[in-house]
Design a binder for this molecule. Structure first.
Ligand SMILES: O=C(O)CCC(=O)C(=O)O
Length: 296
């Protein structure tokens, strides 16, 4: 088995022009930051995590609190997101400490960054519905929002920066990240909306100029960097392939709350179910049935 070995010596510094672009636009696109082999190893780890969470859910007859899976109006299932991640993936935990990510953060935040959230958008359609766990009726889009709208509820400051590590080519058809440059200067009050059978928040469409939107269509291996207040969204993935972006968010270490405040309750709650799943497997009382389909 190959391991995700990251060359952490590949750190780079943002140029003064990149810093100025970030300050004006609230985001940066940093191409070619990961090699083909590194991206391939990350895709394999993404598959392993998905198999772990779906099989663990089936073993416990309960959807893992980390797993965001939706049923489309067509009846098909799609993996929207998993969150949090680093406590079940030493490989992605190592990636979160890669100097390619940390050096630019030190330049922008002026101090040592601390990981405060990780989430992994999959937008991965499944060939067969998963039977035996609760799946909400909705789709894989992400509504118009600012991440800080969620973070402020836990007491974080708005000086959080997020990376997106792009693991699949993002095309207009696959639901790329869509951003509104320059919207990172203030928090916009979000409204409550109901999608299928769950509630969420969004920036009211009347407060945004749709002509200003930029679709970030980029190849795998690209690194995105954006401000916690940047308004963004993504539409549904209309392809049959996943559109995976792994997000890591960092606050400065001077942030006066526990960095993991938002995600630690999920990590703690899931641990006992994940241990039970491993135990059932070891005792021969459960056999994995879900395998990630081989991509064409
Ligand atoms: O992956 C995407 O398209 C957007 C993800 C996102 O905005 C989020 O998880 O808050």
């Amino acid at each position: 088995m190959k391991h995700l070995t990251l060359d952490t010596t590949k750190h780079f510094e943002l140029t003064p022009e990149q810093i100025s672009t970030f300050q004006n636009s609230g985001y940066l696109v940093l191409p070619d930051k990961f090699t083909k082999e590194e991206v391939h190893q990350m895709q394999l780890e993404a598959n392993r995590l998905l198999e772990f969470l779906i099989n663990s859910s089936l073993a416990n007859h309960r959807r893992s609190g980390r797993l965001d899976i939706k049923q489309l109006p067509s009846g098909k299932h799609i993996i929207r997101k998993i969150q949090p991640i680093v406590d079940i993936s030493p490989k992605f935990s190592a990636l979160a400490k890669d100097e390619r990510l940390l050096t630019p953060l030190r330049q922008l935040q002026g101090e040592e960054p601390a990981l405060m959230e990780e989430k992994f958008s999959y937008k991965q359609p499944l060939p067969e519905p998963i039977e035996g766990i609760e799946v909400h009726l909705a789709d894989d889009r992400f509504l118009l929002h600012q991440d800080y709208n969620y973070h402020v509820q836990h007491g974080y400051r708005p000086d959080i920066l997020t990376y997106g590590v792009v693991l699949d080519d993002c095309t207009l058809e696959s639901g790329p990240l869509r951003v509104w440059p320059g919207t990172h200067r203030e928090l916009i009050p979000h409204e409550t909306v109901t999608i299928g059978n769950y509630r969420s928040y969004q920036v009211p469409e009347s407060l945004i100029n749709f002509q200003d939107a930029v679709d970030i269509t980029v190849p795998r291996g690209t690194l995105l960097l954006f401000h916690d207040l940047l308004v963004h969204s993504s539409s549904v993935n209309r392809t049959q392939q996943p559109r995976r972006i792994l997000f890591f968010s960092y606050c400065p270490t001077s942030t006066p709350i526990d960095f993991d405040t938002r995600n630690s309750p999920t990590r703690v709650a899931e641990l006992s179910y994940e241990s039970r799943y491993q135990m059932l497997k070891e005792q021969g009382l459960f056999t994995d049935t879900f395998r990630v389909p081989v991509l064409t």
